[in-house]
Design a protein around this ligand. Structure first.
Ligand code: SF4
Ligand code: SF4
Ligand code: SF4
Length: 266
C-alpha cells in the first residue's frame, strides 16, 4: 500500500463516519481524510469535536487547533451531543426521498407507504431532513448513554461499511435510475480505490454510465405540476386558518401525487 493511502486510512479511522459533510466535504469522511493528508486543517469535523481534532493533531504531529463548534451542547466525552432523527409517521406521504439521502441506510419503507428510521443506526446527520417534501422529520437528542471507546469504534466501523454498501448501490442505481435523486452523485472513485487497497471494506465497483440524455419535461407534465402546486398552496392556506380532516387528507394525497410526478419527470 502506498504511503499516502496508508495515511488517509489512518486519518479516516479517527473520523466518526457520520458522513454528514459538515467538514465541507459533501461526500463524507474519506474525502476529508484525503484532504487532511494533503494539508487541510484537521479541526473541521463537527460531530467529532475536540477529541477528534486532538487525535488528528497527534497522529499528524501538528499543532492542536480548537475544533469547529457544533450547534449542540458538548457531552461528557468532549464530543457534541449525539442526535437522532425521527419521522412523524402519520404525516409521511411515502415519497421515498429520505431513503436515498441516508448515507448509512437507516430508513426503511417503500413507495407510498409510511417510512421509519431505525434509530439504533441513525447518526443524526440531518441529510434526510431537507429532501422531505412535507417536513415530517424531527431531530431529537439521543438519550442512550455515551458509548465506551470500544463500542464507538465498532459503531464507526459498521457505519463505514454501511456507507460503502450505500455508495455501491447508488452507483448501480445511476445506470437505470427510477427513484428520486435527492443529493448530488457521490464521487465514488476514491472509495473504490480504497476498497482495492483494503479488502476488509465492502468492495465498490465503478460502473460504466449509460449515455442517456434526459429529456426535458414535456408541456403536459409542466402544466400538471403547476396545477398540483397551486392546489397544494390553496389548501395549505385554508388549513392554516382552520383545521379540516378532509382537506388535510386531500393535501396529503396531492403532495404525494406531486412527489410521484416530480420523480417520474426526472
Ligand atoms: S463526520 Fe466529520 S469528517 Fe465525517 S463527514 Fe461529518 S464532519 Fe466530515
Ligand atoms: S435517518 Fe436521517 S439523520 Fe439518521 S442517519 Fe439517516 S439521513 Fe442521517
Ligand atoms: S422524505 Fe418525508 S414524506 Fe418522504 S418518505 Fe421520507 S419521511 Fe416520508
Amino acid at each position: 500500500m502506498n504511503l499516502q493511502i496508508s495515511l488517509i486510512q489512518q486519518i479516516d479511522v479517527l473520523l466518526p463516519q457520520t458522513q454528514c459533510g459538515l467538514c465541507g466535504h459533501r461526500d463524507g469522511c474519506l474525502p476529508y481524510a484525503k484532504s487532511i493528508a494533503e494539508g487541510e486543517a484537521a479541526n473541521k469535523c463537527i460531530p467529532g469535536g475536540q477529541p477528534v481534532a486532538d487525535a488528528l493533531a497527534h497522529l499528524l504531529n501538528r499543532e492542536k487547533l480548537i475544533a469547529e463548534q457544533s450547534v449542540w451542547p458538548i457531552q461528557a466525552d468532549g464530543r457534541p451531543q449525539r442526535m437522532k432523527a425521527i419521522i412523524r409517521e402519520d404525516e409521511c406521504i411515502g415519497c421515498t426521498k429520505c431513503i436515498s439521502a441516508c448515507p448509512v441506510d437507516a430508513i426503511i419503507g417503500s413507495g407510498k407507504l409510511m417510512h421509519t428510521i431505525l434509530t439504533d443506526l441513525c447518526t443524526g446527520c440531518e441529510l434526510c431532513i431537507p429532501p422531505c417534501p412535507v417536513d415530517c422529520i424531527d431531530l431529537i437528542e439521543d438519550i442512550r448513554s455515551i458509548p465506551t471507546e470500544n463500542i464507538r469504534i465498532a459503531e464507526e466501523n459498521d457505519l463505514r461499511n454501511r456507507y460503502y454498501a450505500h455508495i455501491q448501490r447508488e452507483e448501480k442505481r445511476q445506470i437505470n435510475r427510477k427513484g428520486p435523486v435527492v443529493r448530488a452523485a457521490i464521487d465514488s472513485e476514491l472509495f473504490s480505490q480504497m476498497t482495492q487497497e483494503n479488502k476488509a471494506l465492502p468492495s465498490i465497483e465503478m460502473l460504466q454510465k449509460s449515455e442517456t440524455i434526459s429529456s426535458p419535461i414535456d408541456a403536459k407534465t409542466t402544466i400538471e405540476l403547476a396545477k398540483l402546486r397551486t392546489q397544494i398552496k390553496k389548501l395549505e392556506k385554508q388549513l392554516s386558518v382552520r383545521t379540516d380532516d378532509k382537506k388535510q387528507q386531500q393535501l396529503h394525497d396531492l403532495q404525494l401525487q406531486l412527489s410521484v410526478l416530480q420523480d417520474e419527470s426526472l
